[in-house]
Design a protein around this ligand. Structure first.
Ligand SMILES: Cc1cc2nc3c(=O)[nH]c(=O)nc-3n(C[C@H](O)[C@H](O)[C@H](O)COP(=O)(O)OP(=O)(O)OC[C@H]3O[C@@H](n4cnc5c(N)ncnc54)[C@H](O)[C@@H]3O)c2cc1C
Length: 385
């Protein structure tokens, strides 16, 4: 089989890349080691926060906006809802960089938001514990994205547009030979393509042992909490926006009830131990792993039972500066790597996949790729030597 573009890994970024390639009418093949929308990588758990104004900077606001557009098109094609906009609330001490970073990123792209003082926060969002020095920033464009649905619909759209998809088979080696790239598969066969997009998430360094961007894979935990009896109406998506809350030295985030699992709550620095073999990450969660998020829940939400009702192991993949690395490592290389997780990547993944394909096909990119240039780490290393 000979393709123009081979996409390895059909999770968040890879499913989007395959859809982008197929839409361009090129011969494309997607390879996924498990099944589509599985629960063994970084993209399971029914919801991810979709922030239109992300505190990471305006370049990430652009990626999120482009992802929203791409998912809207997919929603129109399929009649399914991938993103539900419920608003997003950041709450922190008035002087916190969290608030100034969110405002700066939104100001840079002229996005609307509202600033709320402690009294207004208390009257509009009585679910939250608010102290006198707190300020809130409300971003009306934020919501919840459904990861498994987005992945499944992207792969189906890619198939409809002509993509070939192989699941249950692992890419074990990638070798550039002249003007082709050969990919050896775990079933003993090989495929070749003109360009390869690697979207292997937590497995990136395993598949590309010579990949020079140092990546660390960490365990992270997804957990859900139930409202106390009689308080269920306080946590539905019409009254309880997605939130980020700085409380002392802990930053928690969460989403309203969208299914029977309840209110989803996590901690920004909840990322646990480093994982050597992503395939061995335990889906089950030990009670000690939930202690800090349960303490956060108890301190922040009087109306939630602070004992996780459901929890799942997951993984995040971090670059050294926790920013995305998207592109080729050498100008002549035919391999484009999307090392873009870093714990906040789902909301950007549709745009990241498209960007990977635009780089592979030497197209004018929709979003400026320069802030995500993976060679910056090599340059930094050279400068130090
Ligand atoms: C607890 C937690 C909470 C999060 N919260 C948010 C949030 O609120 N908002 C947000 O935007 N982001 C969030 N994220 C981050 C987001 O989920 C990730 O950035 C995103 O899912 C990563 O997508 P990916 O495509 O890089 O990886 P994945 O979706 O894991 O895809 C990689 C795919 O490659 C496949 N693969 C790997 N190697 C091979 C191979 N050799 N051959 C074939 N297939 C291969 C894997 O099986 C997998 O399907 C969170 C992550 C975690 C863990």
């Amino acid at each position: 089989m000979d393709s123009d573009v081979i996409v390895i890994g059909l999770g968040a970024a890879g499913s989007a890349a395959l859809r982008a390639a197929a839409r361009r009418g090129v011969r494309c093949l997607g390879i996924e080691q498990f099944d589509i929308a599985h629960d063994r990588g970084s993209s399971h758990g029914r919801s991810r926060l979709f922030r239109s104004g992300t505190s990471e900077g305006p370049e990430y606001v652009d990626l999120a906006a482009r992802s929203r557009q791409l998912w809207s098109e997919l929603e129109q094609e399929t009649g399914e809802e991938i993103v539900t906009v419920v608003g997003g609330l950041s709450i922190a001490d008035a002087g916190s960089p969290l608030l100034s970073d969110v405002r700066a990123a939104m100001d840079a792209r002229d996005l609307p938001y509202e600033t709320l003082d402690a009294a207004t926060l208390r009257s509009r969002y009585p679910q939250h514990h608010v102290t006198d020095g707190d300020v809130g920033v409300l971003d009306p464009g934020t919501g919840v994205v459904r990861p498994e649905l987005a992945i499944r619909l992207s792969v189906e759209a890619a198939r409809r547009a002509g993509a070939e998809v192989r699941t249950g088979v692992r890419a074990v080696d990638i070798a550039e030979r002249g003007d082709r790239v050969e990919v050896r598969l775990s079933d003993g066969s090989s495929v070749s393509g003109s360009q390869v997009v690697v979207a292997a998430g937590a497995w990136t360094s395993r598949l590309q042992p010579d990949y020079s961007v140092p990546l660390v894979v960490r365990r992270a935990v997804l957990s859900w909490f139930h409202p106390r009896e009689g308080a269920e109406h306080r946590f539905t998506s019409d009254v309880f926006p997605v939130f980020t809350r700085e409380l002392g030295d802990v930053t928690g985030w969460g989403a309203p009830v969208i299914d029977e699992y309840g209110v989803k709550i996590g901690l920004h620095d909840q990322a646990g131990f480093e994982i050597d073999d992503p395939a061995a990450n335990d889906p089950e969660v030990a009670s000690w792993e939930l202690e800090r998020v349960e303490a956060f829940c108890a301190a922040q939400f009087a109306d939630l039972v602070p004992v996780a009702r459901h929890a799942r192991g997951c993984m995040i993949t971090l670059t050294p500066d926790e920013r995305f690395a998207i592109g080729r490592l050498q100008p002549q290389s035919r391999i484009v790597t999307l090392a873009a997780c870093s714990g906040h990547g789902f909301k950007h993944s549709a745009a990241v996949g498209e960007l990977g394909v635009q780089i592979a096909l030497d197209e004018q990119p929709t979003v400026d790729p320069s802030p995500f240039d993976p060679t910056r780490y090599t340059h930094q290393k050279e400068a130090v030597q």
